[in-house]
Design a protein around this ligand. Structure first.
Ligand SMILES: C[S@@+](CC[C@H](N)C(=O)[O-])C[C@H]1O[C@@H](n2cnc3c(N)ncnc32)[C@H](O)[C@@H]1O
Length: 232
């Protein structure tokens, strides 16, 4: 591996290209290779679409991720990265939101570290979906000594019950779109439905930002985020 080679996880924000930071744009433009996760080699992923708009002209190489066989996809992505590092390249791996929060980048980086323990691996922070939702909906997430729980509800809304027991705790829910109607019921039962907001496809075509109480007639998309502010 040459001294200049590096793998850099670059957060590109939740959707609006204006939320890709100047540092992210510089790192993307300076990279020898820009890698973007995608569901298939002929599908433009969300992160690629954001980079296309924010950094026109940058050439992007897709990494196909088959969620049915995530381990094999991560191995394949790590092999591509290792080949680039061995060739002395700087690789920017672009990812939605922030690369250190629920990102495929962490899994790929961990595998690369196993294969090349001396590899230089860095990240560039990105604006997260819940920050954009707070801004767009005018929601104050935390004040004074309040706390924040960030949870994922991919497997169901049960995770909410424990998170809602502390009224001074704000709760952000990721990956809970399909369980939105049930989540709304749990919020109502806990007296926390008022003020809870949902942002779906933020910064992307079809975006919706609205109170959970008005959005819960049916499931939302996978790319949906809920903020439940503290009760006070
Ligand atoms: C795999 S996680 C990625 C999180 C990302 N690394 C971050 O820092 O925000 C995917 C979840 O992030 C949230 N998310 C990401 N982008 C979003 C968007 N544009 N609109 C709404 N929610 C989004 C959703 O809850 C989605 O299920």
């Amino acid at each position: 591996m040459s001294a200049g080679s590096a793998l850099i996880g670059v957060g590109v924000g939740p959707g609006d290209p204006e939320l890709l930071t100047l540092r992210a744009a510089r790192v993307i433009r300076d990279a020898d290779v820009v890698l973007a996760p995608s569901s298939a080699l002929d599908a433009v992923g969300r992160a690629e679409s954001i980079v296309r708009q924010a950094c026109p002209g940058v050439r992007i190489e897709r990494l196909a991720f088959d969620m049915g066989d995530a381990a094999a996809s991560i191995d394949a992505a790590a092999a591509t990265v290792v080949a680039g590092l061995d060739a002395g390249r700087r690789l920017a791996f672009v990812t939605l939101g922030d690369p250190n929060v629920y990102s495929t980048f962490s899994s790929v980086a961990a595998r690369v570290r196993e294969l090349r323990p001396d590899a230089r691996i860095e990240t560039v922070p990105g604006i997260m979906a819940f920050q954009e939702l707070a801004s767009r909906s005018g929601t104050v997430v935390l004040q004074n000594a309040e706390r924040l729980a960030l949870v994922t509800a991919l497997d169901g809304p049960d995770v909410l019950d424990a998170a809602l027991t502390d009224p001074t705790q704000a709760v952000v829910v990721y990956k809970g779109g399909r369980h939105l109607p049930e989540m709304a019921k749990r919020l109502a039962a806990a007296g926390r439905l008022d003020g809870a907001v949902m942002g779906e496809l933020l910064g992307l075509p079809g975006e919706r930002v609205l109170p959970v109480a008005e959005a819960a007639e049916g499931p939302a998309a996978y790319l949906a985020t809920v903020i439940v502010p503290p009760a006070g």
